[in-house]
Design a protein around this ligand. Structure first.
Ligand SMILES: NC(=O)c1ccc[n+]([C@@H]2O[C@H](COP(=O)([O-])OP(=O)(O)OC[C@H]3O[C@@H](n4cnc5c(N)ncnc54)[C@H](O)[C@@H]3O)[C@@H](O)[C@H]2O)c1
Ligand SMILES: O=C(O)[C@H](O)CO
Length: 328
């Protein structure tokens, strides 16, 4: 551990208050406000810094890590998801990785619920009708959606955000079901009124709503592939606020177009993380620009978590939000 002030590189501008504190505590440099760092800028950062603070737009892969200098000891990610970081290679090179869980949970679960409500109750269609000035007045058969209460929601990935979605869904009268890598303890299941499905296929086939809340890892890549998507009831909808790669987006697009799946609410997209143009043409898909955790309060708290992780490390302790390869 160096006795000098730690040199910290933050790849993108953060909230003012967080930046000020980082500058007070460490020798801190910030990337540009209006764009992610280039590959060359990232390589220079990992060569020189003790600590790197990236976000999900920065690809911290094996090739970048192979250019890391001896000093680089901590990657303190600004965000909960770490699928853009090669955590195993970092570990092998003795570089710790931390993230910002918990502070994104409630906001992300709120947006998940908002997507479920918007899909089942046809909010975008109603909004568009009003904006077109196309409304002919109330009618008994106009804009009929599906009742939320009583519907079955199947949550894939019952961690922090999955459980927060379960609490909201339950408050709206939905029946909560889940599939997770590990079954929850009985008292948590009881508290959440949630039924566990060991078989993801069986759960998917019986739900009215599927909510994706597991991380993107090699074992979840296209977990919702064409075969599984086909198991969904034709009137069911799927919502993804985790990472786009968990769903086979091309298969989903085809099935939304053919009506084999009634609707999708997507905050996240695969590959280059931009929405696929063929999805944008569909009127049964609600697309959001990766904004599920985007609240002013949340961003500040994410910054504070980054600060705590770096400060704890600087003081010679294990950062509280350490990510280990086995956890993923
Ligand atoms: N859209 C956004 O703005 C936004 C915001 C925050 C987080 N996220 C994403 O949400 C993800 C989940 O966040 P979290 O805080 O709830 O994480 P978490 O670690 O608390 O929960 C993830 C859950 O998924 C389960 N899981 C992992 N692999 C699985 C598999 N193969 N099959 C079934 N279950 C599996 C884990 O056991 C865990 O219970 C993050 O990794 C991130 O990618 C997105
Ligand atoms: O992983 C996360 O935290 C989100 O996707 C961005 O806040």
């Amino acid at each position: 551990m160096p006795s000098r002030r730690l040199s910290v590189v933050v790849t993108r501008r953060l909230p003012d208050r967080v930046e000020a504190r980082l500058e007070e505590l460490f020798d801190t440099r910030f990337g540009p406000a209006d764009r992610p760092m280039t590959r060359e800028e990232l390589a220079e950062a990992v060569r020189d810094a003790d600590v790197l603070v990236p976000n999900l737009r920065d690809r911290i892969d094996q090739s970048l890590l192979s250019q890391a200098g001896e000093n680089l000891r901590l990657i303190a990610n600004f965000g909960a998801g770490v699928d853009h970081i090669d955590v195993a290679t970092a570990r092998q090179r003795g570089i710790l990785v931390s993230n910002t869980p918990d502070v994104v949970t409630e906001d992300t679960a709120d947006m998940t619920m908002a997507l479920i409500l918007a899909l089942l109750r046809r909010m975008p269609e109603g909004l568009a009708m009003m904006q077109r000035d196309d409304w002919e007045g109330w009618a008994p058969d106009s804009m009929l959606g599906a009742r939320v209460a009583g519907k079955r929601i199947g949550i894939l990935g019952m961690g922090r955000i999955g459980q927060a979605v379960a609490r909201r869904a339950s408050a709206f009268g939905m029946q909560v079901h889940y599939h997770n890598r590990r079954r929850l303890r009985a008292e948590i299941e009881t508290d959440l009124k949630a039924r566990y499905w060991e078989s993801l296929d069986q759960m998917v086939a019986r739900m009215d709503v599927i909510s994706i809340n597991c991380p993107h890892t090699p074992s979840t890549f296209h977990l919702m592939n064409a075969r599984r998507l086909k198991l969904m009831k034709p009137e069911a909808v799927i919502v993804n606020t985790s990472r786009g790669e968990v769903i086979d987006e091309n298969a989903l697009t085809r099935m939304l177009r053919s009506g084999e799946i009634a609707g999708a609410g997507l905050d996240v997209f695969g590959g280059d993380r931009q929405s696929n143009p063929r999805l944008r043409e569909l009127d049964n898909a609600i697309l959001l620009p990766h904004m599920a955790s985007a609240t002013r309060e949340g961003r500040l708290e994410m910054g504070e978590k980054v600060l705590i992780n770096i400060k704890t490390f600087a003081d010679g302790h294990r950062p509280p939000d350490l990510v280990l390869p086995g956890m993923l």
